[in-house]
Each structure stands twice: as structure tokens, then as C-alpha cells.
Ligand binder design. Structure first.
Ligand SMILES: [Zn+2]
Length: 103
């Protein structure tokens, strides 16, 4: 029998996460680091935001995406869902696939 112990699952989010509803929150890995990504249904937004993806305004009460680098919630940005998805799909090595072997 192995004497290995299970670590207790006691890790809790930091207290400054308490203001944020975590239900729709996910972590996405990007080149710059881990992004906290939150889907907004629109009902909670009460002012328009400018999307950094297309530089257009996101009208009030529009479902959209809020994302920020983990630990940098102050720097969070509001994105159109489509613009965030486009950004996620953008890979730095798009030209490399031409001669790549297929699996
Ligand atoms: Zn946009």
C-alpha cells in the first residue's frame, strides 16, 4: 500500500474575487498568459463599452465577453463575443501549416 496522502482541497480564491460572480468564468491560455474570461449576458451591463478587437462600441444590455489577464482585473476589457473568439483563434504561426504533415 502506498502511504501517499491526498492533499486537502482547501485552496480558496483570494478575497478580492468575491465581487465577481464566478459562474460563467473560465480561464483561457493565451500567448501573453492566462486570461480570466467571463461571459456577460447583457442584463448586468449598464453602460456601453468599446471593444478593443474592432474599436466599435458594445451597446448596453448586449451579451459580450469580459477578459483580463489573471491577477490584473483592473485591466479588464469588454469584447464582442465574436471579436474575442476571433482573437482566440489568431495563432502566431498561421503561415506554417502549408507544408506541415497531417496526422
Ligand atoms: Zn468588437
Amino acid at each position: 500500500m502506498s502511504p501517499r496522502k491526498n492533499y486537502p482541497k482547501n485552496k480558496r480564491p483570494k478575497s478580492d474575487d468575491r465581487d465577481i460572480a464566478t459562474s460563467n468564468q473560465t480561464i483561457e491560455e493565451h500567448a501573453e498568459g492566462s486570461y480570466v474570461v467571463r461571459k456577460i449576458t447583457g442584463s448586468t451591463s449598464n453602460k456601453p463599452y468599446r471593444c478593443p478587437g474592432c474599436d466599435q462600441m458594445i451597446p448596453m444590455a448586449t451579451p459580450h465577453t469580459v477578459a483580463w489577464l489573471e491577477g490584473d482585473e483592473e485591466g479588464r476589457r469588454h469584447w464582442h463575443n465574436a471579436c474575442w473568439a476571433k482573437r482566440s483563434n489568431r495563432k502566431p504561426r498561421t503561415e506554417r501549416t502549408r507544408n506541415a504533415p497531417r496526422y
